[in-house]
Design a protein around this ligand. Structure first.
Ligand code: SF4
Length: 484
């Protein structure tokens, strides 16, 4: 479908908004003031100093059009998006739960507005200017109130550490992560770990010199528990030996796939001092698990969970995904019910995102209105059930191409909020990252953010290790440059 930008450059938001309504269409942006009436339907947008106009010309030539005048203090881009949103709603018969908001961090915006003019203003702005639904405004306000408590603990010299283990037993069909299946990559693990420990050691020296304070640690992936118990001991031992953990509030290991979890590995993790673990069923329906390429059963999730309790973990998170292929509302409902019965400290409810490089997208799976409606019912069910079961939302983010343009929300029991998740999503302080695919995100006091990318794949990480360790030198320069 063609999208005309006439007399303006609001390309990014225009395209994102159109994509929310037409997730399966190929969209092409054209800067032009003349529209080709032979290629229908098309979307048009226009802005000048005093007015904006947007609409869609349907296949049978009908126009769905909105316009607005621009006053001196108006945000022309916002006014244009509002016109476009209204036209797209009329044309498709669909409204979006998050209105015209297409960004990753709606809670950050809600907080900014609350800080500037109060929570009531933020709610009103979300409703009247951004067209966010009542349910999502309530969710945003509640999440923000819990996030705020966590954010307040961070200081100017705080940072969190991320360590990447980019290996998995097999690749899930919805995943776009660069993780390597363990079968292909087994021989890489030993050299990878050697270099990773070196990177951790070198990074810790920089952090020490800068006198930074470690707030939280997250070992993620991939599936860190694809490592053997002795390898986990080595990795965690290396972190402990090199970083000062005396002020560290939380140490998470994302175990991930239940079929990789053993008592020996859990002991290695807990004895190393990690206090939070994530065991991710994604669904408790075996047929759906098979469909998405996960080689474990719901029973294995329960066994891994019970094992983690037996070993002594008092903070377990479980991840689920709403909208997985072949999952019905009833089956999702029983997944949520089963997890609440298990009573983990946190449950993270994701919405399926159709990532470009996933097998699902490659196989031609499409996002349809009916799937979006069912997914929305699933997410609403999870919200109501979790709230009445004593969980609260503590962080929330969105991705592109999510089913129903919904959201991912982390829920937890009182005082069990995950610091790391809040810090990374809010961009509160620097996240210093080690390992393949890891991205260090430096944050200055004035809000400037700079990224340092490690190589994506383990073999690249190994082959070009020296290059990326050199890049880490930028951490010191950054802190000097911004006088922190
Ligand atoms: S376990 Fe996670 S990282 Fe690994 S393939 Fe599945 S979704 Fe991707």
């Amino acid at each position: 479908m063609l999208i005309y930008l006439n007399n303006h450059n609001y390309r990014y938001e225009t395209e994102n908004l159109c994509r929310a309504f037409f997730p399966n269409e190929k969209l092409e942006i054209i800067n032009s003031d003349s529209y080709n009436e032979d290629i229908l339907p098309y979307i048009f947008t226009y802005a000048d100093k005093s007015s904006v106009k947007a609409g869609i010309c349907s296949a049978d030539g009908n126009l769905f059009i909105y316009d607005n005048t621009i006053n001196e203090n108006d945000d022309a881009e916002l006014r244009l998006e509002q016109c476009l949103y209204r036209a797209l709603c009329d044309y498709t018969g669909i409204s979006q739960p998050w209105g015209i908001l297409t960004g990753v961090r709606p809670i950050k915006l809600f907080r900014k507005l609350s800080d500037e003019k109060g929570a009531d203003f933020a709610k009103q702005y979300f409703k009247e200017e951004l067209f966010v639904s009542e349910n999502k405004i309530k969710l945003a306000a509640l999440t923000e109130s819990h996030e705020r408590k966590i954010l307040n603990v961070s200081k100017d010299n705080s940072f969190s550490l991320y360590v990447s283990i980019p290996f998995c037993p097999t690749r899930c069909s919805y995943c776009s992560f660069v993780s390597q299946s363990i079968k292909q990559a087994k021989k890489l693990i030993t050299p990878y770990l050697e270099l990773l420990c070196d990177e951790i050691t070198q990074t810790a020296k920089i952090v020490k010199k800068l006198n930074l304070k470690l707030e939280s640690i997250y070992i993620g992936g991939g599936t860190p528990t694809t490592l053997e118990a002795h390898e986990l001991t080595k990795l965690i031992g290396c972190i402990r030996k090199n970083f000062d953990l005396s002020a560290c509030r939380e140490f998470t290991v994302e175990a991930g796939r239940p079929d990789t979890i053993t008592e020996e590995k859990l002991n290695a993790i807990i004895n190393g001092g990690a206090d939070r673990i994530s065991i991710n069923p994604q669904t408790m329906n075996d047929d759906v698990l098979k469909e998405i390429g996960r080689k474990h059963s719901a029973q294995q999730t329960v066994e891994a969970y019970n094992l983690a309790r037996k070993v002594g973990f008092s903070h377990i998170n479980t991840d689920v995904i709403a909208g997985l292929p072949t999952e019905s509302f009833e089956s999702f409902k029983s997944t949520i019910d089963a997890l609440i019965d298990l009573s983990p400290e946190s449950i993270t409810v994701h919405t399926l995102s159709m990532k470009r490089s996933s097998y699902l997208t490659a196989d031609g799976m499409r996002l349809y209105k009916k799937d979006a409606e069912i997914c929305s019912d699933m997410v609403e069910y999870s919200i109501n059930r979790l709230l009445e079961s004593g969980y609260h939302p503590y962080y929330l983010y969105r991705q592109s191409k999510m089913l129903g343009n919904l959201e991912n929300t982390g829920w937890c029991k009182p005082s069990k909020d995950c610091y790391y998740n809040v810090f990374i999503m809010d961009e509160t302080h620097s996240i210093i990252a080690c390992g393949a695919g890891a991205v260090t995100k430096l944050k200055a006091k004035n809000g400037v953010i700079e990224r340092i990318f490690n190589f994506k794949y383990p073999y690249e990480y190994i082959d070009r290790y020296n290059e990326q360790i050199e890049r880490k030198g930028r951490i010191e320069e950054f802190y000097e440059q911004y006088k922190m």
